[in-house]
Design a protein around this ligand. Structure first.
Ligand SMILES: *Cc1c(COP(=O)(O)O)cnc(C)c1O
Length: 353
């Protein structure tokens, strides 16, 4: 066991996934758990599958490749528009991808043709948040260009809201998506199986919606792992919000003045931190730094205040004196988890269920 250490409680991920699949199932909405927060970690992917996920999603081909090499055989959706330089890997690893660019879909078509496989696509539609997606007025002409491309099947349409500007999914934009699906089916005489209504920001709408909708899929990361919806970060009833903790070890503990002395110039990061005299403080250094975690993503326990950080040190002030060797447990924000998962210095401990 080594520190800093992420402890990942797989039973909480399992519970959350199962609960969301069940509750959204009652609304005829399929849950696709999004694995980017855990960089497509195969152990977690398997937990999601055991909990009932029949398809997974990730934003990075590298993460999807990792799951494939670990023996995950379920369909996996690529949810960031593919890089045209990566179309071959996309075809090799992903059964389906979200798309917005003609040249990319043509590239996917060529690669799929060469490899002798069929690749499904979902076309993303812009509904106001101004990240990925075709403007609605361009949709029909676009589909005309891709519909007969070899080895490509148009499975549906989708949208992504809230990530850039916090634009909320509501009856207006969700109905618009449904109507567009109807119109496409009519014009091209095809059936669209998937209407992908968004991410964890679409949950409140989905739970509360009573009108008829064609939205039948959500891509959920935050809700599955953190048990929160994305618009207000409200807890979702009955879900766990604490599947992961980061534990770091105390390497120095002293009573020190709060005010530094000597001439102040730039610190190691080119900053000039403000100083003020708060008298003597109980200061501890943890073996945890900017190479391990984004400091802004750390939520310290009661009685511990983060005051500074460098590449390898986290300086905290505490209400009681800490012992050298003592372990301090932090909770993490979404960003904090992402960063800590990425650091090769952070040990990952999977608590099985
Ligand atoms: C990250 C992402 C998701 C999942 O978002 P959460 O808010 O974590 O549920 C869904 N769709 C796309 C396109 C994404 O990039």
């Amino acid at each position: 066991m080594s520190y800093p250490q992420l402890a990942i409680d797989c039973s909480k991920i399992y519970h959350n996934t199962k609960a969301l699949i069940h509750r959204l199932g009652l609304k005829n909405i399929m849950v696709i758990p999004v694995t980017k927060i855990c960089l497509g970690h195969p152990i977690i992917a398997q937990v999601l599958i055991n909990a009932g996920a029949t398809i997974l999603a990730d934003s990075r081909v590298e993460n999807i490749g990792k799951m494939r090499r670990a023996g995950i055989t379920q369909p996996i959706m690529l949810i960031r528009s593919p890089m045209i330089s990566q179309v071959t890997e996309v075809i090799q690893y992903c059964s389906i991808s979200l798309n917005t660019e003609l040249s990319v879909i043509q590239g996917l078509s060529c690669a799929a043709n060469k490899l002798g496989v069929i690749h499904d696509i979902i076309i993303m539609v812009e509904l106001g948040d101004l990240r990925e997606g075709l403007m609605t007025e361009d949709l029909m002409a676009f589909i005309e260009k891709i519909i007969f491309l070899p080895n490509i099947i148009l499975k549906g349409i989708g949208t992504n809201l809230a990530c850039r500007y916090g634009i909320s999914p509501d009856n207006t934009n969700m109905s618009q998506l449904s109507d567009l699906a109807d119109a496409i089916e009519k014009k091209f005489d095809i059936q669209l199986d998937i209407i992908s209504g968004g991410n964890s920001a679409t949950l409140n709408w989905a739970f509360n919606n009573v009108s008829k909708t064609r939205v039948n899929q959500l891509r959920l990361g935050e809700a599955v792992f953190l048990g929160t919806e994305a618009l207000h970060q409200d807890k979702i009833e009955g879900l766990f919000c604490d599947f992961i903790t980061l534990t770091a070890e105390v390497i120095e503990s002293k009573i020190k003045p709060s005010l530094p002395w000597g001439q102040q110039a730039l610190n190691a990061f080119g900053e000039t931190p403000k100083t003020c005299d708060r008298g003597d403080v109980s200061q501890a250094i943890l073996a945890l730094g900017r190479q391990d975690v984004s400091i802004a993503g750390l939520k310290p326990p009661n009685g511990v205040t983060i005051v500074s950080s460098t590449s390898d040190h986290l300086v905290v002030e505490t209400s009681k004196i800490l012992e050298v060797g003592e372990k301090i447990e932090f909770h993490l924000t979404y960003g904090g988890i992402l960063f800590a998962m990425t650091s090769p210095f952070v040990d990952k401990l999977f608590l099985k269920y």
